[in-house]
Design a protein around this ligand. Structure first.
Ligand code: 13P
Ligand code: ZN
Length: 270
């Protein structure tokens, strides 16, 4: 059996958590990541018959029964992931009943998966329906996106259009736009259901006054998605109090659609 700390999925997870911390998106224990893994990738590093612990999830996700996830732990600091991956991360399999997670590796101090496990798992279910290649759900607290939810209308079309107007490539990176949830209590099944519902139509879901969720086919792509939206929010926060003289027009957005072969979300452009 190969050393799991050398597995490409583990190396990438550790690098991503470290990088997210470096970007200031994950203060203290803020943020969480879940990465869906193929059984074959896991079996090269672990005896999948050995279950260390069985943990109730508090919700039902029969669609994910038998699926493997590498996930960050609740209360764990992203800055520490690189120094103690076995404490701060866990590798779990959703049990056949869809209501328990079987711990196969990690959470070595008796820890548990993120309190946002419902939002992650429910989002995986919905994203996989739209895109069978989806593997990642990522949550974090980037300052500018968060700041924007205090001063900008939370209407999804308006919020998306503002972000698209802030950097030329935004519409190319997230043509499906950004969905927005009003403030809700985090760590609950309710916010999980609401987030997953929003994930049906976009890969980015803003939690007002809290942070953002992103989904994608790998860690790099999902990181890049959030990075691009956060850059746009940063530009917005730099200019929101100034007189706007220029913008990217809808006509120019249509040129971007043609040039990059993307289609903006229906009804979002004039
Ligand atoms: P966890 O430490 O449980 O992952 O929670 C962090 C967080 O960002 C809650 O929304
Ligand atoms: Zn959070």
């Amino acid at each position: 059996m190969k050393d799991i700390l050398t597995a490409p999925f583990m190396v990438e997870m550790i690098r991503t958590a470290t990088n997210m911390y470096a970007h200031g998106w994950d203060e203290r224990n803020g943020g969480n990541i879940s990465l869906l893994l193929d059984k074959d990738a896991v079996s090269a590093y672990l005896d999948t018959e050995t279950v260390l612990r069985t943990i109730p999830t508090g919700f039902s996700a029969p669609e994910l029964a038998g699926r493997y996830f590498l996930v960050t732990g609740t209360g764990k600091y992203f800055k520490n992931v690189q120094y103690a991956p076995e404490v701060n991360l866990g590798l779990v399999r959703i049990a056949t009943d869809g209501e328990h997670a079987e711990l196969l590796w990690g959470f070595a101090d008796g820890g548990n998966f993120t309190s946002e496990f419902p939002a992650h798992m429910m989002s995986h279910v919905e994203r996989l329906k739209v895109d069978p290649n989806n593997r990642v759900v990522m949550h974090c607290h980037p300052a500018n996106l968060l700041a924007m939810t205090y001063v900008h209308d939370l209407d999804e079309i308006k919020f998306t259009r503002t972000l698209w107007q802030m950097c030329t490539e935004c519409i190319v990176v997230f043509p499906d736009g950004v969905n927005v949830l009003p403030w809700m209590l985090c760590g609950t099944n309710e916010i999980g259901v609401a987030t997953a519902e929003k994930m049906r139509t976009a890969r980015l879901v803003v939690w007002a006054q809290h942070g953002i969720y992103g989904a994608g086919k790998d860690l790099d792509e999902t990181f890049g998605l959030i990075e691009t939206a956060e850059k746009a929010a940063e530009i917005y926060m730099k200019i929101a109090h100034l007189q706007l003289v220029n913008t990217i027009t809808d006509e120019q957005m249509h040129l971007l659609e043609q040039r990059f072969g993307v289609k903006a979300r229906e009804g979002y452009l004039n």
